[in-house]
Design a protein around this ligand. Structure first.
Ligand SMILES: *[C@@H]1O[C@H](CO)[C@@H](O)[C@H](O)[C@H]1NC(C)=O
Ligand SMILES: *[C@@H]1O[C@H](CO)[C@@H](O)[C@H](O)[C@H]1NC(C)=O
Ligand SMILES: *[C@@H]1O[C@H](CO)[C@@H](O)[C@H](O)[C@H]1NC(C)=O
Ligand SMILES: *[C@@H]1O[C@H](CO)[C@@H](O)[C@H](O)[C@H]1NC(C)=O
Length: 183
């Protein structure tokens, strides 16, 4: 999957480069930096995270400057995937030293994050095939897993609150961009 993703990214970048050299370069760049602004300023139905979170997250990737909506979707789902993956590792290491109810809550979170990872992976695969129809649903499912893990602790202090907030924010960005791709 990593290979096909890299390949497709290469195709997309090549395509974009051709397009950019055919059109007048600077006007393309201007239009596209507006895209991040527009995307992060949009209040998509679930949005709870800030503009700043959105811009910081998207701009942390080298592909973002001049990116079209498809590349931005790769960036957003890629960030959500990376985040979920590192949280999964963190949960595994927390589990090695937990007992009782905390252990049960962590086990629930491990399942939640496995589902979030599965859905962000499926989204990245669909992007490789330029299939945009299921992306919003994959993003929404990832969002729900963060919510599920947060409520697994049932009001007691969770060691994963920051992680869950990151996944909330990142999957909200994924929802926004996915909606943009199907309009
Ligand atoms: C997870 O996302 C947050 C917010 O974008 C970021 O600060 C953090 O570095 C990310 N962590 C990983 C491992 O990607
Ligand atoms: C396991 O948890 C106990 C109690 O919270 C702590 O004192 C200990 O350092 C932890 N061990 C590891 C390996 O994290
Ligand atoms: C995600 O889960 C579905 C249903 O269990 C499964 O069919 C699919 O292969 C999984 N995808 C990945 C990338 O693991
Ligand atoms: C959640 O906590 C409440 C009390 O704070 C308790 O009555 C309830 O059984 C707990 N639910 C779960 C699923 O642990």
């Amino acid at each position: 999957m990593a290979t096909s993703y890299a390949l497709c990214l290469f195709c997309n970048l090549t395509f974009f480069t051709c397009l950019a050299s055919i059109m007048i370069g600077s006007s393309v760049i201007t239009a596209d930096s507006d895209l991040v602004e527009r995307m992060c300023g949009r209040s998509c139905s679930r949005a709870t995270s800030s503009d700043k979170f959105c811009k910081d997250a998207l701009n942390s990737d080298w592909r973002t400057p001049g990116a079209d909506a498809t590349i931005l979707a790769y960036v957003a789902f890629g960030l959500a995937h990376l985040n979920a993956s590192s949280t999964q590792d963190q949960i595994t290491s927390l589990l090695s030293n937990s007992t009782g109810p905390v252990r049960q809550h962590l086990e629930q979170c491990l399942l939640d994050y496995a589902t979030a990872l599965n859905n962000t992976e499926e989204a990245l695969t669909d992007l490789d095939w330029e299939e945009f129809g299921r992306l919003t649903s994959f993003a929404a499912t990832a969002w729900e897993q963060a919510k599920n893990c947060e409520s697994a602790f049932n009001g007691t202090k969770s060691p994963l609150t920051d992680n869950n907030n990151n996944l909330f924010g990142l999957s909200e960005i994924c929802v926004c961009i996915s909606q943009q791709l199907i309009v």
